[in-house]
Design a protein around this ligand. Structure first.
Ligand code: ATP
Ligand code: MG
Length: 600
């Protein structure tokens, strides 16, 4: 019942369907009373010899007509209610998805994909079952049960009815008890299903790694462990499930015994006729259906309510990153002022960034480098407000603090190529135009040219219409990087965030892209995170991060003159690059010039 109350706002939208369904239900319940009553009269008339042939035909005809009418009405209310519940759950599912898309990354750190998928499928199905067949059976069993009871009390024999009802309180008590057991056990079962789902997802999406490391066996045994837990939890649910029916039958049997004993005693006393007792027992028989249904709907509602609680928990999570109520759009001025005091990820003690103060004027090429784990990608995530700043940190675009910028406007400023670019199932063209679906073919090709991937795409049989598998499975690492880069270019934003975006490219392709980037400079701010220092030779400013602190800053020449980490690593890399270039003699003169100082 609790569940119905919680769902009232949604159910309200479907009141017409529910109302019509209830009217048909009530009519069915009343029509159902007819046959036992006719049979009772038939028994009495046959008993005293007054039954004529026409009368008999009348009884049979009436019973047949009733059966057909009941059939039609049952069809009507079922189709009305199932339609409503399917609609209702579709609405819930859409809302859940919209909710997921609003959540900040920390939400996804807490909830695994498998778990979220389990909520969107299994839990919503349980709610759908409650809103459809659950409500229907509840109302059906109540209407049918009370109508039959009324007939027993008013039309047949009130005293006998009261006696027959004696075992009912026990029945209600036990149904309640099983109900709460079921609620608890079903919650556990749904949680194990979440784990099972996640385990399956991880195993399938990580199948390459699993095979490469020959972990098939280990993966299988892990899976079967989780799967065993699920089976155990569902067995416990099934155990309670199977208690409902038999205990209802037991109490019903007790009623029947009382009825027969008390009824025959009453006939002996001349208090009722044989025909009336026949009608009464037939009515009592009609009660079994609603009683079993009532038990069953209890079961359905307990499942629905356990799942609803799980969904409610997700729905109640607020996104941690919010825009201020009076947030504004980003102005034309997109210079960046970054003043980070310190930053740790939520739920983690580790300080990932220390004091980082940067000023990046519009149109600069800004380089960020440093050892792995030094906080480079974290900086990009903070710029885009994936996480809230902490402490005294402040970041602003133009003169507006990030918190005061509308999130949509903020994210529209950045063309971001993440370190592990995400491609989607669909064509290459769709993937490039992901952030701008209305882009023309010409725009798509231009972006692909800038990203030095156009030629390779045209070599594919289907060209731009080549379908990419899940996560771009049919592209090489370098191709993926460049498709993601083309996507960011097509979005045509004022700031490009490139996170180690060329790490998988050969020198020649990398050089081509660097040349194209030079052309964008001045127009766009380009922030380039890289471990390949020659990419930074022409940068306006470069910083070196070490454990979240800026340990060196300046342009290439200044950092080389400095003689610290940057210059050491640069010289190492330059030597290797030159060696490779000489060996392969693959770079035309002007491409080598992209590396500026290298060729000097
Ligand atoms: P790389 O060159 O390997 O890409 P990076 O400089 O980009 O390294 P970051 O990804 O910024 O490094 O990570 C900096 C630190 O923050 C690491 O120690 C990492 O363990 C930690 N870290 C990254 N993401 C999270 C997260 N979501 N929650 C908690 N800690 C995180
Ligand atoms: Mg990184």
């Amino acid at each position: 019942m609790n569940l119905l109350w919680k769902m009232r706002h949604i159910l309200r939208n479907y009141w017409k369907q529910y109302l019509f369904a209830f009217i048909s239900l009530q009519t069915v319940a009343i029509l159902n009373l007819l046959p036992p009553w006719l049979i009772g009269r038939f028994v009495d008339e046959a008993n005293d010899g007054s039954l004529t042939q026409t009368q008999l035909l009348n009884y049979v005809g009436l019973i047949a007509v009733t059966a057909v009418a009941i059939y039609g009405l049952r069809y009507l209310w079922r189709s009305l209610l199932y339609g409503a519940s399917i609609d209702l759950v579709k609405g819930q599912r859409d809302q859940l998805f919209a909710h997921f898309t609003k959540m900040s990354p920390d939400f996804y750190q807490k909830h695994s994909t498998g778990d979220l998928m389990a909520h969107a499928t299994n839990d919503l199905n349980a709610v759908e079952e409650s809103a459809g067949s659950g409500i229907m059976t509840l109302v059906d069993s109540l209407i049918a049960g009370f109508t039959v009871l009324a007939a027993m009390i008013i039309a047949v024999n009130g005293k006998l009815a009261l006696l027959a009802l004696l075992p009912f309180p026990l029945l209600i008590w036990s149904t309640n008890k099983y109900g709460s057991m079921l609620h608890e056990r079903f919650s556990v079962a749904q949680a194990t299903f979440s784990s099972l789902n996640e385990e399956a997802r991880e195993a399938v999406s990580g199948i390459r790694a699993v095979k490469a490391h020959r972990l098939d066996q280990r993966q299988q045994s892990r899976f079967s462990e989780v799967s065993n837990d699920t089976v155990k939890a569902n067995r416990r649910v099934a155990f309670v499930d199977s208690m409902f029916g038999p205990s209802i039958q037991l109490f019903f049997g007790m009623s029947m015994v009382i009825t027969l004993l008390a009824g025959s005693w009453m006939i002996n006393q001349g208090d009722m006729t044989l025909g009336l007792l026949t009608s009464f027992t037939l009515y009592l028989g009609q009660l079994l259906g609603p009683m079993l249904q009532f038990g069953w709907q209890f079961n359905v509602f307990q499942r629905g309510s356990a799942s609803w609680s799980r969904l409610e928990k997700l729905f109640n999570v607020e996104p941690t990153v919010k825009e201020a109520p009076d947030a504004v759009d980003v102005s034309d001025n997109t210079s960046l002022a970054i003043d980070i005091d310190s930053f740790s990820y939520p739920n983690s003690e580790n300080r990932v960034l220390g004091q980082v103060k940067l000023s990046i004027p519009q149109g600069q090429l800004f380089g960020i480098t440093g050892r792995t784990g030094s906080g480079k990608s974290t900086l990009f995530r903070l710029l885009q407000r994936e996480f809230n700043l902490t402490g005294n940190s402040a970041v602003s675009i133009g003169d507006t603090a990030l918190e005061n910028i509308k999130l949509n406007s903020l994210r529209a400023q950045f063309g971001w190529v993440p370190q592990d670019p995400m491609l989607f199932s669909g064509t290459i063209a769709e993937n490039i135009a992901f952030a701008k679906p209305e882009a023309t073919q010409e725009e798509i090709v231009n972006a692909a040219r800038m990203a030095a991937i156009h030629e390779e795409i045209t070599e594919f049989k289907e060209g731009y219409q080549t379908i990419l598998g899940e996560q771009g499975i049919n592209l090489s690492g370098g191709q993926k990087q460049r498709v993601a880069f083309a996507r960011a270019l097509l979005k045509d934003t004022s700031i490009l965030l490139l996170d180690d975006s060329f790490s998988a490219l050969d020198m020649k392709t990398e050089a081509k892209i660097l040349k194209n980037l030079q052309g964008l400079r001045g127009n766009k701010t380009i922030i380039l995170i890289t471990q390949r220092l020659p990419e930074l030779i022409t940068a306006d400013q470069i910083i070196v991060l070490e454990e979240g602190e800026v340990i060196e800053r300046g342009d290439h020449d200044a950092l080389i003159a400095n003689g610290e980490w940057y210059s050491k690593i640069f010289n190492q890399q330059a030597r290797t690059l030159l060696l490779e270039a000489e060996k392969a003699a693959q770079l035309p003169e002007q491409d080598l010039n992209q590396y500026g100082a290298l060729s000097a």
